[in-house]
Write a protein of this length. Structure first.
Length: 719
């Protein structure tokens, strides 16, 4: 029986919660789940803490509580300065783990920055390296240097607290009106449009820094966001024009960040005794322009930039640190990651089920790479969903939007009609590894799209849709070992266009994370300007007869929002299908249903359970009335004001669909609130969440004074 170590990022109530499954025997990372993919809330920012992605992973991998040796967490509460923070962390952690039945499993806590360091060093394939971590803040630390040795220890050498270049970059991003946490890449993309004219102003009023060793200190009022307008002027609103001044401020903070990053790398080299290899992690290590300049600096011979450099990668580092702590006899064990495709896959059954449920045509093809290359070469914009999902913020050819970068206006089309974002935002090129040097200067192997390089003079006009204003591109080199199917697509594209280069950006609806389920993929296709989408060996095209237009589809979604928001919900019926009861009557599944029932009871005064099962255990039903589902469908039992359905994939089988359609027809209800696993929802899912939905779906007991989960209720129009 396989034993497991679970890595956890530890960001239970902040952002980027993630979990990693590590085989406790082999030390291999088997799976990484990012909570945002499940909750559909970018970075899980503002989400109340729960562990839905972990519950799904445990279920899919058949892992029971007794199979887990250790939970390794990428945060050490003992390092918090305030006892309040330490106690809040412990309480939140216990509550989250209890909801999935893991409250009694032994735990080990590792410092935030050490987990970051491990997440880059262990997969690097380096025997010996210095490791630099830079982010906003973890516990009290903002950047740190470690040494990774041949015994696979991650040894601290230096750390800094208080002043944070990561937080300052976020504050400037916010001032620019480009967003907040997670939107810093917009500032990086805006910077080449301006000039760093305000270095002296920043040095006089905001921060001091030393380019030699990266030492810096920041005006505390500025860092805390209280006084930035007194230096830079009024904040830009998101719909205001971007002036030359805004562009110049972006260029200034980008240059300063690069200088500090290079200085810290130089400090790391000195502290390590002139190490020849460096690994980077932490949110600032997602600054691909800075990474590219560091790589070209000549400070080191070898570089490794973690594709999961942000806090979602903490669970990987913590899980591997936990493995090395639990298995001291395996010192020196190496986990060599071949790629970043460690997330969930979508099965053939799930794709077909979702297509059937949405009433869409099922068109299966052999060799999707050939047909997809024909589409892209012909100027179409496609969705490309294959294999397991990437971990981290970059789509690397498995959850991607693809287009022909040689078409001049294709970038504008993707920005305006598909991504619905600012037209100046740049896109990244994916390129066959053997062709990279033909197009780029000073290029190295770059499988994770995490460094920026310059197009050479001969190539600057070849690919206008992936060539930024400064002739740069955030390159992804593609090898056979990394992604054979995506490579075959690029080879087919090269046959047709003469170039094995594609515009590649993440497949997601504006404001949401990268797609996760087949239903997410279908929704993204129907609600955006994608011309086609390839999901495994299945294809959908906007040209197929009977498909709704984007305008009609989105209009129906808005109407559903309005209809359901007006539903009175003094009474409710919770549908529990027998198949779901059988599957969930143990461990975290039972707990989740029990908590959901209890909290629905806090929203609605009169709650009943309708089931096709012979009975519902008293432990679940409690004092709730249980009625026969067949009788309710026949109209012999009243339904109540709103329906809650606890169900997973069974809901969208033929039987489940028939039940829902009959219920909607019999009751005239405008929609169904689906309560259950993320695999349950389909292309009718609505992403804009009303207050009612926010109170509909619970995988944990809500805190005092709160109605429930923030945005996990899923709406399905079943008729």
């Amino acid at each position: 029986m396989t034993k497991w170590i679970i890595g956890c990022s530890g960001n239970y109530s902040v952002h980027d919660l993630s979990f990693t499954l590590v085989d406790a025997d082999s030390g291999e990372v088997v799976y990484v789940g990012e909570q945002e993919r499940w909750s559909r809330i970018r970075h899980s920012i503002g989400a109340l803490p729960h562990a839905g992605i972990l519950a799904r992973a445990l279920s899919r991998h058949g892992i029971e509580v007794d199979d887990i040796e250790l939970i390794a967490v990428g945060c050490d509460p003992e390092l918090f300065r305030l006892e309040y923070n330490r106690e809040a962390f412990r309480l939140t952690e216990q509550r989250v783990l209890e909801t999935v039945g893991l409250g009694s499993v032994p735990r080990a806590h590792f410092p935030h920055h050490q987990a970051h360091a491990a997440s880059s060093f262990y997969p690097s394939n380096f025997d010996d390296a210095v490791i630099l971590t830079v982010d906003g803040q973890g516990e009290e630390t903002t950047c740190a240097i470690f040494r990774g040795d041949p015994g696979r220890a991650v040894v601290p050498l230096w750390e800094k607290s208080g002043d944070s270049i990561g937080n300052l970059y976020t504050r400037v991003t916010q001032w620019l009106g480009l967003g907040y946490m997670g939107d810093e890449g917009k500032t990086m993309g805006l910077a080449p449009y301006g000039s760093p004219r305000y270095v002296d102003l920043f040095r006089e009023r905001i921060l001091h820094w030393d380019t030699a060793d990266g030492e810096f200190s920041i005006n505390k009022d500025i860092l805390q966001g209280y006084d930035i307008e007194s230096v830079l002027g009024a904040r830009r609103r998101s719909d205001d024009e971007l002036t030359e001044y805004h562009k110049d401020v972006a260029a200034t903070i980008q240059l300063i960040t690069e200088e500090i990053l290079l200085g810290l790398a130089n400090r790391a080299r000195t502290l390590s005794g002139q190490a020849s290899a460096i690994c980077l992690a932490g949110g600032v290590a997602l600054n691909s322009v800075g990474n590219g300049k560091l790589e070209r600096s000549g400070l080191f011979t070898d570089y490794h930039f973690a594709p999961w450099a942000g806090d979602s990668g903490l669970s990987i580092g913590a899980g591997l640190l936990g493995y090395h702590q639990a298995k001291p006899q395996r010192q020196g064990h190496r986990w060599t990651v071949g790629d970043a495709y460690l997330g969930d896959a979508v099965s053939e059954v799930e794709v077909v089920t979702a297509l059937e449920a949405a009433g869409l045509p099922i068109v299966r093809i052999d060799g999707p790479e050939r047909e997809a290359a024909d589409d892209v070469a012909g100027g179409l914009v496609i969705g490309w969903c294959q294999g397991r999902a990437e971990v981290g913020p970059r789509a690397l050819g498995n959850r991607s939007i693809l287009a022909n970068p040689a078409v001049p206006d294709i970038a504008r089309k993707v920005n305006e009609k598909v991504k619905f974002r600012e037209v100046w935002r740049p896109f990244a090129p994916s390129v066959l590894v053997e062709d990279a040097k033909k197009y780029f200067d000073d290029v190295r192997l770059s499988p994770y799209m995490i460094t920026v390089n310059s197009f050479n003079a001969a190539s600057r006009d070849l690919f206008p849709s992936v060539t930024h204003v400064d002739y740069s591109g955030r390159i992804q080199t593609v090898t056979e070992e990394q992604n054979p199917l995506y490579r075959r697509f690029l080879l087919e594209l090269r046959k047709l266009t003469g170039h094995g280069v594609a515009l590649n950006t993440s497949l997601n609806i504006k404001g949401e994370p990268i797609v996760d389920s087949a239903e997410d993929m279908i929704t993204a296709f129907l609600s955006t300007g994608l011309d086609a989408i390839y999901i495994g060996n299945h294809v959908l095209r906007k040209s197929m007869p009977g498909l709704p237009t984007v305008e009609r589809f989105n209009s129906q979604r808005r109407q559903l929002i309005e209809a359901v928001a007006e539903v009175e919900h003094d009474s409710a019926t919770v549908i529990l299908l027998e198949s779901e009861l059988e599957r969930n009557l143990k461990g975290y599944g039972r707990d989740a249903i029990s908590v959901a029932l209890r909290n629905i009871g806090s929203v609605c005064q009169d709650v009943q359970i309708a089931t096709d099962a012979p009975s519902v255990p008293d432990a679940l039903a409690g004092d709730l009335k249980v009625v026969n589902l067949t009788e309710m469908v026949a109209g012999e039992v009243p339904v109540g004001d709103i329906l809650f359905v606890y169900a997973e994939a069974a809901l969208f089988g033929v039987e489940g669909q028939a039940v829902l359609r009959r219920l909607v027809a019999a009751t005239g209800k405008p929609g169904i609130v689906v309560v259950g696993d993320r695999t349950a929802h389909q292309s009718g899912t609505v992403r804009e969440y009303s207050e009612l939905w926010r109170r509909a779906y619970f995988q944990y007991p809500p805190p005092e004074g709160h109605g429930g989960d923030e945005a996990s209720a899923l709406m399905h129009q079943a008729g």
